[in-house]
Structures are given as C-alpha cells and as structure tokens.
Design a binder for this molecule. Structure first.
Ligand SMILES: [Fe+2]
Ligand SMILES: [Fe+2]
Length: 173
C-alpha cells in the first residue's frame, strides 16, 4: 500500500460499499419478528445510500463522464439510471414500516440492485477512472468534505425526527 492509497476517491467509495454490504447482511440475519432491528437497519442503509449517491452524482460521475473514453461513457449513463432506481426504492420507505406487507421485499430488491451496481462500479467504472489519469487523491478530499457536510445535516434532521420512524430524512438533504 502506498502513502495515499487509503485516502483516494476510490478507496473512500469502496469503504462506503463495504459499510452498506454489512448492513444488508445484518438485515438478512435479523429475526423475522425483530421489527425494531429491521427498522433501524433499513433507516441506516437508506441514509448511507442517499449520502453515497449524492457525493457520487455531484463529484464523481461528472468527472467520469468528462474524462472517460467515449466507449466507456455508457458505464456512467447506466450508473445514473441505477441510482435513479435505488432512490425510487428508498422513497418507498417513506411510507413502508417494518412489519408492513412489502417492507422486506422492498429491502431485498434494493439490496440486490445495489449489489449489482457496486459490482459494476468496482469492476468497470472505477478502474476506467483510475486509468484516465484523474487526480483521485484531490477528488477523494472533495468527496470526504461533502460527505461530512451531508452527514452533519442528517444528524441535525435526525434529532428533530426522534420517534418518527419514517425515512423522510432524505428531504432534509
Ligand atoms: Fe453509484
Ligand atoms: Fe458507489
């Protein structure tokens, strides 16, 4: 590992991916009747995914679109479409509560979609970006700063939503 490899944009985004995968696993292991755990895990997953999607769309995908070879631009276009689908599923949790019919199914489909998307990013988009010569350390700094800002907003919104089990936090961002 060289001095900067822990800090660049790709390392940061991959760490986010691993965090979300752990949440998917924990949800799968939660007892069928443990609505408390399922609700908390779904909320945390949606928060992580929302912040991650925002920083990628604001800072990474535009750079990728500009820098990648013409034949690889399709990977960025597909990534935007997959994000759109994930966000549509996240919105369903505005009204779905743990124990509701469809709650587990929605979470499951969301996790499958995200796993597919992560696989595409890590096997195609990220390596292409690394080859393009973009300054990934500088980009990593920007991603980290924006993520910290969004997490702070989320904390502030969360403290106002205590007792509210919906996932309407996304509107606070
Ligand atoms: Fe993504
Ligand atoms: Fe990602």
């Amino acid at each position: 590992m060289n001095g900067h490899s822990g800090a660049d944009a790709i390392a940061l985004l991959k760490a986010d991916h691993r965090t979300v995968e752990k949440l998917f696993d924990a949800f799968e292991k939660a007892g069928d009747d443990d609505l408390e755990a399922k609700g908390t895990l779904a909320r945390r997953t949606c928060e992580e995914l929302t912040v991650h999607a925002i920083i990628e769309e604001e800072l990474l995908y535009p750079v990728a679109h500009k820098q990648l070879e013409k034949q690889n631009e399709i990977d960025v276009d597909e990534a935007y479409v997959e994000h759109f689908l994930v966000k549509t599923l996240i919105e369903k949790f505005d009204t779905l509560k743990p124990g509701d019919h469809g709650f587990d199914a929605t979470f499951k489909v969301m996790s499958e979609l995200v796993k597919h998307h992560v696989e595409e990013e890590e096997s195609a988009l990220f390596p292409e970006l690394r080859e393009s010569g973009v300054d990934l350390v500088a980009l990593g700094e920007k991603l980290r700063a924006r993520k910290a800002e969004l997490m702070k907003k989320l904390d502030q919104a969360g403290s106002k939503l205590v007792g509210d089990r919906s996932l309407s936090f996304a509107r606070a961002l």
